[in-house]
Design a binder for this molecule. Structure first.
Ligand SMILES: Nc1ncnc2c1ncn2[C@@H]1O[C@H](COP(=O)(O)OP(=O)(O)O)[C@@H](O)[C@H]1O
Ligand SMILES: [Mg+2]
Length: 410
């Protein structure tokens, strides 16, 4: 994908602000978002964060105490720890070391996990192995919903199971964009999301991917009714969508956040500590102040900001001429300001808009179709690099057996 040329004299110069290193407490706080994938409890709660050391040069060492040193999940946990800590400002390098828990620590960790299993205390219906990506922006109209929906489709087109939670309660547009209608049904006191299969675009003979979709639009009749609910239920609605919806086992859950900052962001960080954030912005350099606040707020809730998506970057004519209709440099500037990578530049494409109006997202087209290609490139980046799906392997079954046996004991 073409990146803005940093040597372009027209491009604004924003030196990334590295800033002072984080405190060990800041490091521990983000590690609260590393969930042990089989125990469904954060590694800090399990007592697995043995030591945190932060050097003046921004070098961070984290020692993780493992229940069993040979557990293949250590690689998963190592990657998570590195990724979360690297997302903190002022961190220049991360080193993960291991120790093995002694008998007493092991008993305490198992006790915590057992308690969780017995109380069924998992705070949400979202599995610990589900990657959660909140799509946020400073203001409305920048293409947050278009990015959410098309990224979800592009991920599902890789054969993945993807949830879409439309948390823009009073400005919902996901049902229209995906062409889904109708009330939600419930079973056993749980709401069932609407499901759509998405053909596997990488290998048409492979099983399809799937979207599971929840929106306020499935609960109220029109956007006017939703307006009346404003404020009153906003944070409650997100909580309900996370706790009362039978999401099943998802690879990814994408959350279309309401614009701006607010309680809902903090609520999300509390309910799903593993959540990370993509910030969508337009190329206009002037309009980034609120977007910076959104990222700051995320970080204050210890949520990692994964990167910036610049939408409506430029208009490319069929002959390859480029027009920066809404300015240029905004994505780069924002990314530099908040110290995260610019992960995609989505061109202005009339089909994004008509696709959204007719319920046929452009990402449903073949990945090499230029119209939706930018979303497939972004999906590939997410899967291969930014936030790969969690692979469960090795010691899972054995550990879960142990817990179930333990939980079954009186
Ligand atoms: N890359 C794009 N090219 C053309 N139109 C777009 C693009 N992204 C979004 N749009 C259109 O811009 C409008 C706002 O986008 P939307 O995704 O609803 O923004 P938000 O959710 O941030 O309010 C919609 O009409 C949408 O179809
Ligand atoms: Mg929207």
């Amino acid at each position: 994908m073409e990146r803005p040329n940093p040597n372009d004299p027209g491009a604004p110069v924003h030196a990334p602000e590295v800033g002072p290193p984080p405190s060990p407490d800041d490091v521990r706080a983000v590690l609260g978002g590393v969930i042990d994938p089989e125990l469904n409890v954060s590694i800090t709660e399990l007592g697995m964060v043995d030591e945190v050391d932060v050097g003046a040069n921004g070098h961070v060492m984290v020692r993780v105490a493992l229940t069993t040193a040979g557990c293949p999940l250590r690689h998963q946990i190592k990657q998570e720890v590195e990724s979360k800590v690297r997302g903190l400002r002022g961190v220049s390098a991360v080193k993960v070391e291991y120790s093995e828990m002694d008998a007493e620590q092991k008993a305490a960790a198992m006790g915590r996990a057992r308690w969780q299993a017995r109380e069924n205390a998992a705070p949400t219906e979202v599995a610990a192995t589900t990657r959660v990506l909140a799509v946020a922006s400073g203001k409305g109209g920048v293409g947050k919903s278009s990015v959410t929906v098309n990224l979800a489709v592009a991920l599902a087109a890789r054969g993945l199971r993807v949830g879409v939670l439309d948390a823009d309660i009073w400005g919902f547009s996901v049902p229209r964009m995906l062409g889904i209608d109708g009330r939600l049904s419930g079973v056993d006191g749980k709401i069932h999301p609407h499901e759509i299969d998405v053909p596997n675009a990488l290998d048409p003979s492979a099983p399809p991917g799937a979207l599971s979709v929840i929106s306020m639009g499935f609960l109220v009749d029109d956007e006017g009714t939703a307006l009346m609910w404003r404020g009153l239920i906003l944070t409650k609605a997100l909580e309900q969508f996370l706790t009362d919806v039978r999401w099943g086992v998802l690879d990814y859950l994408l959350i279309d956040m309401p614009p701006g900052t607010g309680d809902i962001q903090m609520g999300l960080a509390r309910l799903l500590p593993q959540a990370e954030m993509l910030v969508v912005t337009t190329p206009a350099v002037a309009a980034q102040k609120v977007a910076v606040r959104v990222a700051d707020m995320a970080r204050r809730s210890h949520m990692k900001v994964l990167g910036v998506v610049e939408n409506m970057s430029e208009f490319v004519t069929p002959t390859g001429e480029r027009f920066a209709l809404f300015g240029s440099g905004g994505g780069e500037a924002l990314a530099a300001d908040i110290g995260v990578p610019l992960v995609a530049r989505i061109p202005i494409e009339p089909a994004v808009s008509t696709g959204g109006d007719t319920g046929t997202p452009v990402a449903l087209r073949a990945p090499d179709d230029p119209v939706g290609a930018a979303f497939h490139v972004l999906a590939a980046r997410v899967v291969d690099d930014l936030l790969p799906p969690i692979e469960m392997a090795g010691c899972t079954a054995r550990m879960m057996d142990l817990i179930e046996q333990a939980a079954a004991k009186p």
